[in-house]
Design a protein around this ligand. Structure first.
Ligand code: VAH
Length: 314
């Protein structure tokens, strides 16, 4: 049985469906702090900061794999730094501790490009480049991935991790991240509204399409144990673009689409992050290969969002 925490989130809500397709509906337990609207399948309300509740659910379903997606993201995290640290670390320690105690065979822990800061090179940032994160979210992920490695080395817990770039998908909306604009911008274009961007026109960030994200996650978790050489977290690159470039990509279909720029504190966060990542280790170890570039993503996003919005107005 597979437990997913944060299953109501941007990534979790899509990942649970992929896991159900792969392993069957009965094999997946979706959990979240809040009920998930219209969810079909096994669901448990779970506050992962409560170790007893987590332990209860792991025992109840005889859980063998945990995907721990519950966390506070970069932009939201800055509003209450200590609370963000508490939540992100407490939940991780609970997952790691319960996994060791209950002999969970595999754990997935998402890290982020936010682990890097201004001391890492901007382009093609390497796996081993310096980590000096500037956000509390980044600090929690940099620490978290080292703790993951510690549990692997000390207890043999099979924890695997990816440093996700900004994730973009039509299925769900992100909440509280710095890369969220790249999802919102498509919704605005479809609704034929203007978009005000909180990053500068030239803020280049690494991003990845949802389909590639889910595939990368499942491929990593499927890889034979011996091929996993990175036990902190793998760099993962999908594509890189600026707000100006995604706008141009959308304007191929919506020539009248207009974007204005009004950078806020999130621009400072983005400025400290890499523009692109060197992910050769993931390619080498478990065959990672992204499928979507910016234009392929735009085409797919617009097609699906059009269908979604039409359904709503029917
Ligand atoms: C955030 N989307 O913006 C997240 C991510 C790429 C950074 O971890 O906070």
């Amino acid at each position: 049985k597979i437990l997913v925490t944060g299953a109501g989130g941007q990534l979790g809500s899509v990942l649970v469906e992929a896991l159900k397709n792969k392993f069957g509906e009965d094999a997946v337990i979706a959990s979240d702090l809040n009920p998930i609207k219209n969810y079909k399948g096994i669901y448990e309300q779970l506050d992962v900061t409560n170790k007893n509740c987590l332990e209860y659910i792991v025992k109840k379903y005889k859980v063998t794999q945990i995907y721990h997606l519950a966390a506070i993201l970069s932009a939201k995290g800055e509003q209450n730094p200590l609370q963000t640290w508490d939540i992100n670390m407490k939940t991780l320690f609970n997952v790691l501790e319960v996994s060791v105690a209950e002999k969970v065979s595999k754990v997935f822990y998402p890290s982020s490009i936010a682990v890097y800061g201004d001391m890492a090179p901007k382009m093609n940032t390497a796996q081993s480049d310096f980590l000096n994160p500037s956000t509390v979210y980044g600090i929690s992920k940099a620490s978290g991935e080292n703790w993951a490695q510690y549990y692997f080395l000390k207890y043999g817990l099979d924890v695997r991790s990816l440093r996700y770039p900004g994730v973009i998908g039509y299925q769900s909306l992100p909440g509280g991240g710095t890369t969220d604009y790249a999802v919102e911008i498509y919704h605005k274009a479809i609704k034929e509204e203007n978009f005000e961007c909180y990053l500068r026109a030239d803020a280049m960030l690494p991003m990845i399409y949802m389909e590639d994200t889910i595939r990368a996650t499942l491929e990593l978790m499927d890889a034979p144990k011996e091929s996993i050489s990175v036990r902190t977290s793998y760099n993962l690159q999908g594509m890189s673009f600026t707000p100006e470039e995604i706008t141009a990509s959308i304007q191929k279909y919506y020539p009248n689409f207009k974007v204005t720029y009004n950078p806020d504190f999130r621009q400072n966060i983005a400025e400290n992050w890499p523009s692109s990542l060197d992910d050769h280790q993931a390619r080498q170890d478990w065959g990672w290969q992204p499928k979507y570039d910016l234009d392929a993503m735009t085409q797919d996003m617009l097609k699906h969002l059009k269908e979604q919005y039409n359904l709503v107005t029917l």
